[in-house]
Design a protein around this ligand. Structure first.
Ligand code: ZN
Length: 1019
């Protein structure tokens, strides 16, 4: 689809099929710690000089098969029996008629695969484009002159791109990706593949494998860029890649569920897939990617379509010698404003196109004039609201929170400045100001003026009618007032250790903060460590733990509290958003449904520490405060999504305020980590000869005080039927849209109904594919769409997530995870639904270090199943929220010493509350720290710290077991059983015998009404 050459007639030769990333200094490199100099293997008494297997005792070493070098002792024969598993699986599969056709689908064996991606060297073409801008191109006149840094000095354009055709050609759906890319992405042939069959036997290795679906493309994209218009099959969301913006937005900002769209609603219905777009408009860029250009069109603002108000973009075409531009959304022919006129060349291309980022790039920022302002934009005001009640003081949360703010503002002792990845992020946004308020039963404001010796406290006791007791000195430049701020934050824990008020007056404090920020808008960062039971808006214990599986449970997942709702709404109106840092030190109830409603409505985020323990969790707290302050943040934002004629927006999912359906989405604040799901339906038929276009426009004020529009343009080809569409499904986008919709329904449907609907949806999609798009496969075979192979596992991960899982789960945790899912971008959600597990006891000597091209060599990740856990093993388990270090009871003492230091050679001798690894001069220590740094740079909004899970010793072991999503747990099936179940229902559907009755109880009727509800996407 979307063939690049159609838009950019190339000079003879081929399109830029396989741009190879050359290794130049600016390229993305995973962060890498230096290899220890004078490396000495501590604790290795055996086999000096050998590395990979030095932890194996000599007798075991002799017995170990040569290809299985590792730290752990040989598996005893009583361990896991693969044969047994296979037979067991085979019998299950046999029961549902799986089998046959072994030859048609040769199983890739592990060794071959290894070989395959080792030979995946920079082979393709050595095209002109290598991911780097060409030098010597003059800066555009629209360059924002005030923008610090390089801005848009060198348009990133290939020579071939200058022949932009005048008429709108269609994308050719041919040759979407090279064989190599398919291989890289999937490791299997291009056609729909049978999941698992082998002469009646089932190979558990052959069911779709999420770790492999990530690892192989990750290697590929270390050496290749992703050109956004050539292949249109974005890399899996978890894979780091450098995008080359060719006019279509990078998948980091926008992912369509279908990059080829069926022409009619009927054709789409066959697939049961949602037509949706996941937008993450302020997403973080990766090193090696061009910063988004900021374009200033002065008083007139950027050119827009008169009819539909779409912004100028690469897909608008010029007619009448350059006097008219045709809108790509609504086809309206607009007059080109005189100041924007440029003649077209004989082929209809504007002669200045190459100097116009807005005509060549899918993502740009427009500066906007006063008519786009609702108030004078100023640098972002940050207001820290700090809970100083007894629980916060006693449990060290206050201490940690204050330290975290100091570290976020001034760096603290943090030596790791690279953790935020992108180079665009400073420590604290320039132009921003901060203010500090503390609260318990009263609200305390602080004058932080730089000319004061120390901060002055003003106590406000009138919590019924809170007001702002000072104007001057409330918001200050954090650098100018550094000494005042630092000394105040350092003293707060002591100051309040004497008062010990147990009850926070939260809502009064929020309303007071609202008053302080109404004039300017801004961001509130609020800590809370007890149920706010004081003053107006006091809350009470709603969840007594006995409402599970009742209708009352739904109510606990939402709030009807009028005062909180009103506060949230007023904040959005004033351009204010709230991030909460909630700690329940004794595991208590905080009514996150009500408190967090403010974050969810204003576009903020909740960081939740359900069992806050100091000092274990203070590092995580500190890193997350720093992240919230330093990530790209916009405020007072409005968002509008436009699409081609024939399509219309039917729903939005995410955390924002939306007062009527046709209106723009409103955000008090929006940051780099937040994503929005947009669903579309047909209001006509699309023309397969034309493309479908989408544009999202986010009007926002930057933290430095500029009013801008972030514009993302997305294009998809259109085809008559759905067969082409199935080839261009973006699995991550589909999962994200379905997860967001499921989360949105938690307040109206029971958990059981939602799980049932997810179940039905999975069968619908896969059965639809089986019925309509696979002709030649034997009827008994489970055939999965090539690009949705891991889909069922991701949905199983969703069903097992804290938001949706069966069984008991505190409502605070459910509602927190539910809102998180609504706001998660594809990368963070992918990790949340299936953790990344890395075995560190059997690392190759070179793992965790730079390869010859300077890229970090990551070990392969492990499937999330206990059957993959090796005796004596040590594993990192990262789901983007927490990172566990699980240690088997019989882990090698030498490994422990190499990781934790001399003398730390038994599990019991380790500190259960440590959250980092010590920096040691051992090979293993450097490897694991490098790997952790890679994981840290490749995740969503939550910080990475370690939590020990020692087998048989730590409570975190339960979390480890819970995260092994391929096993039977979380009151749901194992992956294999789930596939068997799905397969059985697909067969019933094919035979016309499927009842929409999944669990065999009274759910039948609800499920069938549920799937038809409101939107067609569930049915
Ligand atoms: Zn238009």
């Amino acid at each position: 689809m979307s063939e690049f050459s159609m838009y950019h007639a190339m000079t003879p030769g081929t399109p830029n099929q396989n741009p190879v990333r050359k290794d130049e200094p600016n390229k993305f490199r995973p962060p890498i710690a230096a290899s220890p100099s004078g490396y000495q293997q501590t604790g290795a008494s055996v086999a000096t000089g050998q590395t990979p297997n030095q932890y194996i005792s000599p007798q075991n070493q002799n017995m170990a098969p040569p290809q299985e070098q590792s730290y752990f002792p040989l598996q005893p024969s009583s361990g896991h029996q693969p044969e047994h598993d296979v037979n067991n699986l085979a019998s299950q599969m046999g029961a549902v008629g799986l089998g046959g056709d072994a030859a048609a689908h040769p199983r890739p064996n592990k060794k071959k695969n290894r070989h395959a991606f080792h030979t995946l060297e920079p082979s393709g073409s050595s095209q002109a484009f290598n991911g780097m801008p060409q030098s010597g191109t003059p800066p555009s006149q629209f360059l924002d002159q005030n923008n610090p840094g390089p801005g848009w000095p060198q348009p990133q354009i290939t020579p071939a791109m200058n022949q932009f055709p005048a008429a709108t050609p269609t994308f050719s759906p041919a040759a979407p990706a090279t064989q190599a890319q398919y291989a890289a992405r999937l490791g299997t042939p291009q056609t729909g593949a049978a999941a698992f069959t082998q002469q009646g036997k089932v190979d558990p290795e052959h069911i779709p494998n999420i770790p492999r679906s990530r690892d192989i493309p990750a290697k590929y994209y270390l050496e290749h860029v992703y050109p956004t218009m050539e292949h249109h099959l974005p890399p899996p969301a978890l894979v780091p890649f450098v995008a080359f913006d060719q006019g279509n937005s990078s998948p980091k900002f926008a992912r369509l569920t279908l990059n080829n769209i069926p022409a009619s609603a009927d054709a789409l219905a066959i697939t049961s897939l949602p037509l949706g777009l996941v937008l993450q408009p302020l997403a973080k860029l990766q090193e090696g990617e061009q910063p988004i250009p900021v374009l200033d069109f002065g008083e007139t603002g950027p050119p827009r379509c008169r009819r539909c108000r779409a912004y100028i973009n690469p897909f608008m075409t010029f007619k009448s010698g350059g006097n008219k531009f045709i809108c790509n959304m609504c086809t309206f022919p607009n007059d080109v404003p005189a100041e924007y006129f440029a003649p077209t060349d004989p082929s209809g291309v504007r002669v200045d196109r190459l100097q116009r980022p807005e005509l060549t790039l899918g993502t740009v920022d427009f500066m906007v004039p006063k008519e786009y302002w609702s108030k004078e934009p100023v640098g972002l005001r940050w207001l820290f609201l700090i809970d100083v009640t007894a629980e916060a003081v006693n449990r060290g949360f206050l201490d940690g929170f204050c330290e975290g703010i100091i570290s976020a503002l001034y760096g603290g002792n943090d030596k790791d400045e690279s953790e935020e990845g992108g180079s665009t992020q400073g420590r604290f946004p320039p132009g921003s100001k901060i203010g500090i308020v503390t609260f318990d039963k009263d609200i305390h404001y602080y004058n932080l003026s730089p000319n004061l010796e120390s901060a002055q406290m003003l106590v406000m006791t009138d919590i019924e009618e809170p007001f702002v007791p000072l104007q001057e000195g409330l918001f200050v430049d954090p650098q100018e007032s550094k000494s005042v701020i630092t000394s105040l934050l350092t003293q707060l824990p002591n100051m309040f250790s004497e008062f010990k008020n147990p009850e926070p007056a939260l809502l009064s404090t929020l309303n007071s903060a609202l008053a302080a920020l109404t004039a300017t808008g801004g961001k509130i960062v609020c800590s809370l460590s007890a149920l706010p039971t004081w003053g107006p808006g006091r809350l009470f214990l709603r969840d007594d733990g006995n409402m599970h599986n009742t209708d009352a449970e739904k109510k606990l997942l939402t709030t009807e509290h009028p005062l909180y709702k009103k506060c949230a709404q007023k904040m959005v109106e004033s351009g204010i958003g709230v991030d909460f840092f909630l700690a329940a030190p004794s595991g208590g109830y905080l009514d996150i449904a009500t408190v967090g409603h403010i974050s969810a409505t204003t576009g903020g985020e909740v960081f939740y520490y359900p069992n806050f323990h100091s000092p274990r969790d203070t590092l995580k707290l500190s890193k997350e405060i720093k992240h919230t302050v330093t990530r790209e943040t916009g405020y007072q934002a409005l968002m509008k999504v436009r699409c081609s004629n024939g399509l219309q927006v039917t729903a939005y999912h995410g955390n924002f305020y939306h007062h009527t359906f046709g209106a723009d989405l409103e955000f008090g604040v929006i940051d780099a980590d937040k994503a929005i799901g947009v669903m579309f339906s047909y209001d006509g038929k699309l023309d397969p000869k034309l493309d479908a276009h989408f544009q999202s426009a986010l009007l926002y004020t930057t933290a430095s005080g500029q009013r801008r529009v972030r514009c993302n343009n997305i294009v998809a080809s259109v085809s008559e039927g759905a067969a082409e569409a199935m080839k261009f499904v973006d699995q991550d986008a589909v999962v994200n849209i379905i997860a967001k919709e499921a989360a949105a329904r938690m307040t109206e449907k029971s958990l059981k109904e939602i799980r049932g609907a997810l179940n039905e949806k999975t069968v619908d999609i896969l059965a639809g594919y089986r019925k309509h798009f696979t002709g030649n496969n034997p009827p008994g075979q489970l055939v999965l769409p090539e690009n949705l192979k891991e889909f069922s596992m991701y949905i199983l991960g969703l069903v097992k997530s804290r938001a949706f899982k069966g069984g008991k789960e505190p409502t605070d945790r459910r509602v927190h995870d539910m809102r998180m899912i609504k706001a998660m971008g594809p990368l963070e959600l992918s990790l949340y639904l299936y953790p990344r597990i890395i075995a560190i006891h059997c690392l190759d000597e070179k793992d965790g270090f730079a390869n010859e091209n300077g890229h970090l060599k990551m070990p392969e990740s492990v499937r999330a199943s206990f059957s993959k856990v090796e005796e004596g093993g040590a594993y990192l388990v990262d789901n983007g929220q927490t990172c566990l270090l699980w240690l088997h009871a019989s882990v090698s003492p030498n490994l422990l010493e190499d990781l934790f230091g001399e003398g730390r050679n038994s599990l019991k001798g380790l500190d259960a509350f440590q959250s980092t690894l010590p920096v040691l001069e051992t090979h293993l220590s450097a490897q694991v720290r490098n790997i952790l740094q890679y994981l840290e740079s490749n995740r969503g909004s939550k910080a990475l710290t370690l939590q020990l899970a020692r087998q048989g010793l730590d409570g975190a072991e339960y979390e480890f077991a819970r995260l092994l999503y391929e096993d039977r747990n979380n009151e749901a099936q194992s992956y294999v059983d789930w596939l068997v179940h799905v397969h059985r229902h697909i067969q019933l559907e094919l035979a016309g015998q499927r009842k929409r009755d999944d669990s065999g109880d009274s759910l039948a009727s609800t499920a069938s009404t549920f799937v038809g509800l409101r939107t067609p996407y569930w049915g």
